[in-house]
Design a protein around this ligand. Structure first.
Ligand code: NAD
Length: 362
């Protein structure tokens, strides 16, 4: 099994280093190969996704990804910006289903911005479509308006689009996932205003006919945003488009205490995947040993489960994370009175120690 390790920029290098240490502590037979991506790759090779990095990712069984981006690249032409690397990887690897579980660990209920009783026991899964929507639709660009409220003014425009097969395959993924959980899917749309999302709703309803054992409801995105903070435990699986999923999953992250706790997996049709924390490169705290590495470590656990067929090892990593939280160790983002504040590396040390203890026992 070969794993491409792409740490990227900012805190990416710090958090991926900890996930790799934890992975090595499992003593499994994997080959890990590292490559540059994002701003780091642009600096070294003039492109955020160099050919060699893409080839490595294509040849690997799974990709462990940190984060890319820094404000200093904001003025670059769009094609050279670090974020293009992640979009390029998704496109070239055919990654269309983004799994973002939002689980509130019992020990972190007080780190959430919601009341503990609202998030205690929270375990929801957001499935975001990754290849369509307004992110990739053509045409897009800037021009002089020919009509609208201000003809002749400068304007910008994007195109929102989804095809039937794109919606069908993500709907199937959501229904299958719900079957392994609590059998409920909420499809989030904006069908009251957008033709694209009326079509989304119709197609999801069609696919549901093949999954009569799973309950389906439909919710407008504005209401979903509200319900996520009002009654988050009322959800099981949420399936939605690229843009709504991007926004709702960050909202859900805060329910769990911190975005530093939220892992993610982006999968293709045969479960080859790219695994990364849901957060970005956090340039404000990069290089300061402040970043929470747990989202990346939990993403690595998802990689073990989904792409590498190692569910027991995934369980061990998740148990080790619960153990360090139980010990009261907290990075700054999840710290609260009465717990012990640790840095990125010390958090990694503690997870490695917890893993090593179970290796020694077994
Ligand atoms: P961000 O997620 O990087 O940071 C938002 C806030 O959360 C910051 O205050 C940051 O310090 C904090 N944070 C994030 N991860 C943390 C962690 N592990 N531990 C503790 N605190 C953490 O989002 P942003 O500031 O909007 O973007 C920064 C850069 O990241 C931008 O260049 C953006 O384009 C890029 N970005 C990349 C990805 C990706 O690589 N997939 C995703 C989102 C943003």
């Amino acid at each position: 099994m070969k794993i491409a390790v792409l740490p990227g920029d900012g805190i990416g290098t710090e958090i991926v280093a900890q996930a790799v240490r934890v992975m090595r502590a499992l003593e499994l037979k994997f080959e890990l190969e590292e490559a540059l991506v994002g701003g780091a790759a642009y600096e070294a090779h003039g492109h955020p996704l160099p050919e060699a990095t893409l080839k490595l990712a294509q040849a690997a069984d799974a990709v462990l990804f940190g984060a890319v981006g820094d404000w200093k690249y904001d003025k670059l032409e769009r094609q050279f910006r670090p974020e293009q690397a992640i979009l390029g990887l998704r496109r070239h690897l055919g990654l269309f289903a983004n799994f973002r579980p939002a689980i509130c660990y019992e020990q972190l209920t007080h780190a959430s911005s919601l009341k503990p009783e609202l998030v205690s026991g929270l375990d929801i899964l957001i499935i975001r479509e990754l290849t369509g929507d307004i992110y990739f639709g053509q045409p897009r660009g800037r021009r002089k308006a020919v009509d609208g409220h201000f003809p002749g003014a400068d304007e910008a425009f994007d195109t929102m689009r989804y095809s039937r097969p794109e919606i069908e395959r993500i709907a199937r993924v959501a229904f299958e996932a719900a079957r392994k959980r609590r059998n409920k899917v909420t499809s989030v749309d904006k069908a009251n205003v957008l033709e694209t999302f009326q079509f989304w709703k119709d197609v999801v309803t069609d696919v549901h006919k093949y999954y009569p054992d799973v309950a389906l409801d439909h919710m407008y995105v504005d209401n979903a945003a509200m319900q996520l903070v009002k009654a988050p435990k009322s959800f099981d699986v949420i399936v939605t488009g690229n843009m709504f999923g991007d926004i709702l999953s960050d909202e859900a992250a805060m329910l769990t205490g911190s975005i530093g706790m939220l892992p993610s997996a982006s999968l293709d049709a045969v479960n080859k995947g790219l695994y990364e924390p849901s957060h970005g490169s956090a340039p404000d705290i990069a290089g300061k040993d402040l970043a929470n590495p747990l989202a990346t470590i939990l993403s690595m656990a998802m990689m073990l489960r989904f792409s590498l067929n190692q569910p027991e090892s995934a369980d061990r990593v998740e148990a080790a994370v619960r153990h360090v939280l139980q010990q009261g160790l907290r990075t700054a983002d999840i710290w609260s009175e009465g717990t012990r504040r640790v840095g990125t590396r010390e958090m990694g040390d503690a997870v490695v120690a917890a893993i090593t203890k179970t290796t020694t026992k077994s």
